[in-house]
Design a protein around this ligand. Sequence first.
Ligand code: IVH
Length: 700
Amino acid sequence: MYTEDQVKEIMRLTGELLQPNNYSDKQSVEILCKVLRFHEYRYYVLSEPLIADIEYDTLYKKLVELESRHPNLVTPDSPTQRVGNSLNQQFETVAHLVPMLSLDNSYNGADLLDFDRKARELSGLENIKYCVEPKFDGASISLIYEKDILVRATTRGDGVAGEDVTNNIKQIRSIPLSAPFSHYGIEQIEIRGEIIMTKESFASYNTKALEAGTTVLANPRNAASGSLRMKDPKDVAARNLDGFFYHVSYYKTGDRRPETGDDPLVKHSNTLKLLWDMGFRSPEREKKVVTGIQDVIDYCLAFEAKRDELPYEIDGMVVKVDEIALQEKLGMTSHHPRWAIAFKFKARQATTTLLDVEFQVGRTGAVTPVAKLSPVYLGGVTVSSISIHNEEYIKEKDLQKGDRVLIERAGDVIPQIVRSIPEARTGNEVAIQFPSECPVCKSVLFKEEGEAVWRCINIECEAQVVERIIHFVSKDAMDIKSFGEANVRKFYELGLLSDIPSIFRLSDCRLKISELEGFGKKSIDNLFTAIEASKQQPLYRLIYGLGIRFVGETTAKTLANAVTHLLDFASKTEEELMQLEDVGTKVAKSIFGFFMNEQNIAMLKDLELLGLKLINEKKETVVGGSLTNQSFLFTGTLLQLKRSDAEAMVEEKGGIILSGVSSKLNYLVVGEDAGSKLEKAKKINTVKIITEEEFLQLIK
Ligand code: IVH
């Protein structure tokens, strides 16, 4: 897509644009579009970014600012044009240039042999060259580019006409808003592909949805197909979708001859390469061109064996005759082409009986219903229990005890109940009753307005205490190796653990532990070494480990960078917390509540006495930086930098961030719409008031 020289040139321009430069606004807009497009491609298509997120954001904001001053300079393929602003959009029905056909299916080697035999008979050839590629499990989409610009994206619909979902598709950053088809003399082109949600995006979306008590997505496929017709493009953006493109259904060349001299679309494998070179995600790296059906079968089976390792869901492979001329010779039925066939992987759905429902209490007190199932084999594992999330989910899926249910395991995504099968009811089914008391400590459960989750709010509830300890020692938190969930539970039951600080007093119980089965000298030594080592973990891991509601790893990092000592949070107001990156009302309230609780403060002091680090080391170690002992405060909206990044820049150079204007403040950096802080600072002679630009100069 980009030659080495082009990459060098764009990186040079990137560097220039990040510094003050002499480009005119018009030139800047042009260069910014080019540079941002390149970096989007590196990030979203190749997953190999060449600049930091903050640098991308800085450049993006520059473009937004320039375009808002010069609306006449906005082009339809400017990276800013992805932003969807038409709420409640209607989806017009539009005809496809060429109907969207389906594929015939095969399920085993014999089916493929049959397909190959027919193709050879029809063509009179002895051996056929096939291109084999993954069958992406998502929602099909058709894109039209005219004069290199994406002009329309249409759903499959009835195959002849679909719905215009262009605004939503523009939210998908790996789909280019423009591509240099004119380089090949192509004026108009219709491209087919599949919109998918990666396993990672799916899992992270659902984790957030569960935390926020909003609806969880059933599986990545439904998540992708359900998103195409969403009313608000911003909701589409939130799903972090992706698209793979694998077919050119139509193209028109202009008078101008293709610059390359020959038609790149003579082979299907060339099409994949062309799309890849144009900046699309095509299965260029996953495809294989083979001669003869046996190699096709081998490749399909090999791919099936490693399907769980892929970052996205596939439900099979697609086998295509590689020569386009031969494809045309073989032709189509009214339903599917005769030159292609899907090889479907083994199903990962099964039906079973929902026997009972148990209610589990998590570390934040959320009570989660778990369906106990009659054990069933599904895609390599036996499934006997599945979380059914919350009361609303149970209603939505119409679940009752005794129901037959359809379950599905999508790749390495945890099994889900797709739906109940009410048709199979006998009348002996029993409604699922949600408890009104905590199943562990018996205190009354509460549900906050607008939330789907019932909670036990007794923070001493045993179930919560154990879950909090499990979370604290877990890999993403303090990462205390050899201290798995089972050991935590065992130690808690035996009274060796009672709360988080008790982890660091376990060495007093060495004798008792050595009497337990499976705890020889070596494993005890390992455990104690791991506990001791964890005391050196950086502050953000400790913060994350505390399990404060809504504080995930990213927020924990922001928090760790915002103070010199963890207990500084005890004197921060909700408003001050909300000044931090990504901390909204809900998160600020939760953090504030945590540090207002005396028991929590006592626990943190206890941890410090036990040798854990409550200080932000990064802040302390920067000595001799150019900003040593200089204090800063940012106010108003910064145009080029994210506030948290600007603050980190100060800290990296040894400076400190203050939370309010006082005589201790050296610099107030003012962005747009600065308010009371600026007024206050003007009254203190010693405070230097500087702009963002001046700050950038200073930091250089
Ligand atoms: S080719 C005329 N290739 O599967 C040939 N389809 O079950 C058009 N699909 O409608 C289809 N991955 O939505 C093709 N690599 C791939 C595919 C693929 C997924 C979808 C597509 C199609 C459906 C048929």
